[in-house]
Design a protein. Structure first.
Length: 260
């Protein structure tokens, strides 16, 4: 039986684990490998690790770090950051990573999605769509390179395109809600969900388990991802890696079991 996935998302900056707000002001929260070990103990469903320096600084993926992450990780791992070619993607899969996320490469060279899917299988290809509201009408637009580069793309149309090209999953990430902990952009999720049938994971805005519950109630089998929620505790945002226990997680999944 398919179930919703509750997914921590870790950001790596200058070799350390950080958390951002609206993709800026990164706050150091610890060591990535140590965080993976803690999440192992908490039996998380899946883990996403994004190197936010690599593409922005036009750097190669840090294969040594990726290898260490894959070695320590006891749950499915998705890595993203700096992946520009199918060869790089295949090399990362060869290190023991289950999924590889691409963002700017998917925008710049959409055919890479099809090529990668043929090489390693669609199930290993994740396209991250970073969305920011722009202009007087606050229309959603796809951004890349840590939300510094506008693309002019409509996120719903782009989601439909990458699904048709062979992506196995989409991560829909709200730039405006990143680190705000005020809830997901449920309206945008609804629009994208109507257009694609491939697995969808939502990131940006979760501040409590009830935010995830609302998402799951509405969409059933979906990925509910978060960063701040799983690395901070309390109103003063003390650094404390946490994750719902089995009872709490079962309650979330059962709550949304009847959603379509």
């Amino acid at each position: 039986m398919l179930r919703p996935r509750i997914i921590p998302c870790l950001l790596v900056h200058n070799g350390g684990l950080v958390k951002t707000t609206k993709f800026g002001t990164p706050k150091y929260v610890g060591d990535p490998i140590n965080a993976v070990r803690i999440f192992n103990e908490k039996e998380v469903d899946e883990l996403v690790v994004l190197d936010i320096d690599a593409s922005h600084l036009n750097k190669e993926p840090d294969y040594k770090m990726i290898s260490h992450l894959a070695y320590e990780c006891r749950m499915p791992l998705c890595y993203g950051g700096g992946v520009k070619t199918v060869d790089q993607l295949e090399r990362i899969i060869g290190l023991g990573v289950e999924k590889v996320a691409i963002s700017s490469a998917a925008v710049d060279r959409p055919t890479m999605i099809s090529q990668a899917a043929q090489r390693v299988g669609s199930q290993s290809i994740v396209v991250v769509i970073d969305v920011k509201n722009t202009g007087l009408l606050r229309k959603p637009e796809v951004f890349t390179l840590n939300a510094t580069k506008r693309t002019g793309l409509n996120p719903v149309e782009f989601a439909r395109e990458v699904a048709q090209l062979g992506a196995g999953e989409i991560v829909l990430n709200s730039v405006d809600r990143d680190g705000e902990m005020k809830g997901y952009d449920l309206e945008l999720v609804e629009q994208v969900r109507k257009e694609v049938t491939i697995p969808l994971t939502v990131l940006g805005g979760a501040g409590c388990l009830d935010d995830m519950r609302k998402l799951i109630l509405r969409h059933g089998v979906i990925g509910a991802a978060a960063g701040s929620l799983f690395v901070f505790k309390g109103k003063y945002r003390a650094v404390l890696i946490n994750y719902p226990n089995r009872t709490e997680k079962d309650a979330l999944c059962t709550y949304g079991a009847g959603a379509q």
